[in-house]
Write a protein that binds this ligand. Structure first.
Ligand code: EPU
Length: 416
């Protein structure tokens, strides 16, 4: 198993190129199942999750070819409609195949994802939405078995604005008969990216980015040739990397409009942002100021940045209150940060972080993707050597993060 060995205390400087968004690429890949033919996507990051999605598509009988950021998916040979447990359990986003399979191929058998490290994360909203659109659904042997001749439009109001739920139903509704309305839909930029991709395929989606999305179904879609948006969470992570080391880093290829809530909070803590042609310069202060965070659906502060900002606040001047409202168990990084000398206590979804002068290097274990990023950040700032175990979590969602950090002057090394 690979680990990351980090010698802390170096200020990061230089330029870093932001990759395409993981959470926009994954639904875009499953959107290729809405057609029979060759889809082409650009700026697709080389990540473990993208490779897992490739294995899933190959299971369905599709061709999957990913090189230099360009991904070609050929769905003309699709002949299986089963997403097996062994793949879904390693990547929940596999459930994004459900909507497209039922809508285009009339059937799907997708494993229920079960719990995951950050919380229970059910998919009941995806399922009831598809039922409302006329799919016959049974839960059998841990699988969702869905069938439909042709889906029909429905008016669906989400109890919770679910990101992949909105995406799944948006894809399904694109081929349904009539106009579907999704209310209290998720407003994340990844949802907007998918809506634009679908429209480039001939779909009629309007309102994405707002809480009411309307999808007028069409009889047929055509394969896309589309470019994925920059990864806002990778961008935010490199912003915190610059901030936590008191560094001076230029992020290239970033879309700052997607990072309003994060940049506002970092600015309040003393980080300076300067717009530059094609990017943004991030300058970390001598010592960060404490700040309070509450995770919310977009455009609120993203849960996917909570762990990284907690690492930041662990060495800020003063006490920060961090409230996690999206996933009930997304504090697995706390115990590990404490092993590095952080002073954090958690009660009922709220973390109290009392900033310490400095963190100390330690052996720590990554428990999920964003937790692993927070431990890497902590290691960059800590005195001494930090070893982050279970690096595969980081590799699921960050493209060559160790190499990018090295190029900014960090002392990081992958070891076995
Ligand atoms: N929920 C339900 N029922 C459902 C669906 C969701 O109760 O049917 C609940 C969830 O348990 C959670 C809340 O609704 O409490 C919101 O979850 P959501 O469905 O929006 O999360 P997701 O779609 O499964 C995506 C991202 C996550 C990100 C969340 C929140 C992808 C592939 N994943 O997950 O990304 O944290 O939205 O923004 O887009 C990550 O990249 O590290 C990651 C976990």
């Amino acid at each position: 198993m690979e680990k990351l060995l980090i010698k802390g205390g170096r200020k990061l400087t230089g330029k870093v190129e932001i990759s395409g968004s993981k959470n926009a690429a994954l639904p875009a890949i499953t959107a290729s199942l809405l057609v029979s033919g060759k889809s082409r996507l650009h700026r697709v990051p080389d990540l473990a999750d993208v490779r897992t999605m490739g294995r899933l598509l190959e299971r369905f009988g599709a061709g999957f070819h990913h090189k230099d950021g360009v991904l070609e998916v050929d769905t003309s040979g699709v002949k299986s409609f089963e997403a097996p447990y062994e793949l879904v359990k390693t990547m929940r986003a596999s459930v994004l195949a459900l909507g497209p399979l039922v809508a285009r191929w009339g059937q799907a058998r997708v494993s229920l994802p079960g719990g995951c490290a950050i919380g229970a994360r059910p998919i009941d909203i995806h399922i009831t939405g598809l039922e409302k659109m006329g799919a016959k659904i049974a839960l059998k042997d841990g699988y969702v078995v869905a069938r439909a001749k042709r889906l029909k439009a429905a008016r669906i109001c989400f109890d919770i604005p679910t990101v992949t739920g909105t995406e799944n139903l948006m894809m399904a509704a694109s081929l349904a008969r009539g106009a579907t309305v999704l209310e209290n839909a998720a407003r994340e930029p990844e949802v907007v990216c998918l809506a634009e991709l679908l429209n480039s395929m001939g779909a009629k989606v309007s309102g994405a980015g707002g809480s009411v999305v309307e999808i007028e179904g069409v009889d047929e879609l055509k394969p896309p040739d589309y470019s994925i948006i920059p990864d806002r969470i990778e961008s935010g992570t490199f912003m915190t990397a610059a901030a936590i080391t008191g560094g001076d880093v230029v992020l290239k290829g970033v879309n700052v409009e997607h990072l309003d809530a994060v940049m506002l909070k970092l600015t309040e803590s003393g980080v300076v942002f300067k717009a530059q042609a094609g990017g943004i310069r991030v300058i970390g202060p001598e010592r960060l100021g404490a700040n309070d965070f509450k995770t919310m659906p977009y455009p609120g502060f993203p849960t996917d940045m909570q762990a990284q900002c907690m690492a930041l606040m662990s060495i800020a001047g003063g006490t920060s209150i961090i409230h996690e409202t999206i996933f009930e168990n997304r504090f697995m990084h706390v115990a590990e940060l404490k092993r590095m000398g952080a002073d954090i206590s958690v009660q009922a979804g709220v973390a109290t972080v009392r900033g310490v002068k400095a963190l100390r290097g330690a052996e720590v274990m990554a428990t999920d993707l964003r937790a692993s990023a927070s431990l890497v950040l902590a290691g960059l700032a800590a005195k001494g050597t930090t070893i982050v175990d279970r690096l595969y979590h980081l590799d699921r969602g960050y493209e060559r993060m160790d190499e990018k950090l090295k190029a900014l002057g960090a002392s990081v090394e992958r070891v076995r």
